[in-house]
Design a protein around this ligand. Sequence first.
Ligand SMILES: [Fe+2]
Ligand SMILES: [Fe+2]
Length: 208
Amino acid sequence: MSLNRLYQDAPLLTLKPMSIAALTLRPVVDCFITRGHEQYGREAVTQLQHALQCATYAESAGESSTLVAACLLHDVGHLLHDLGEDAAERGLDDRHEYRALPFLSALFPAAVTEPIRLHVNAKRYLCATQEDYWAELSNASKLSLELQGGIFSEAEAMAFINQPHAKDAVQLRIWDDLAKDPAQKTPNFEHFLPTLVDCLVPSTRLGF
Ligand SMILES: [Fe+2]
Ligand SMILES: [Fe+2]
């Protein structure tokens, strides 16, 4: 069933349980419907392509539903502001890792929201701990790194990685860096809907 038909045509009382649960995801889905076509920073992919590629890496690796969902949703915060693709070039940190948390936290557990919250700091961690990681970042990513606080010190890196969900954030970040290939084929957004539904916190499942 297409997303539009799911939302517009199906009477609520006749929806199957999966579809009812999916309705609670509407604010998330709407972000991609309305703004998924926007360019992902200065990269040659759209926001939706970037999200799908990142989630596909996680799914192909056999990762948990929560990490697949985190990969899919990690940059929703970019879709919640109008600072423009050149925000970093104008000296602005869009703080996108935090922007979606108020509404994502009402839908998903920490295993989804914490890797999202931590994925920017995961870049600071990887720069501090992996040789050549900084050198291989795009110029846009190097610029935003400075606005985001720069490379972690050794002590900061240690404190970071010992937080719950930090290792998932680092893995997300590695796929995040790869998910910029305009030629990469992925499943569409609807393919990941059951994964998102699977991750919903019980209070959003309307009696599940
Ligand atoms: Fe991001
Ligand atoms: Fe990203």
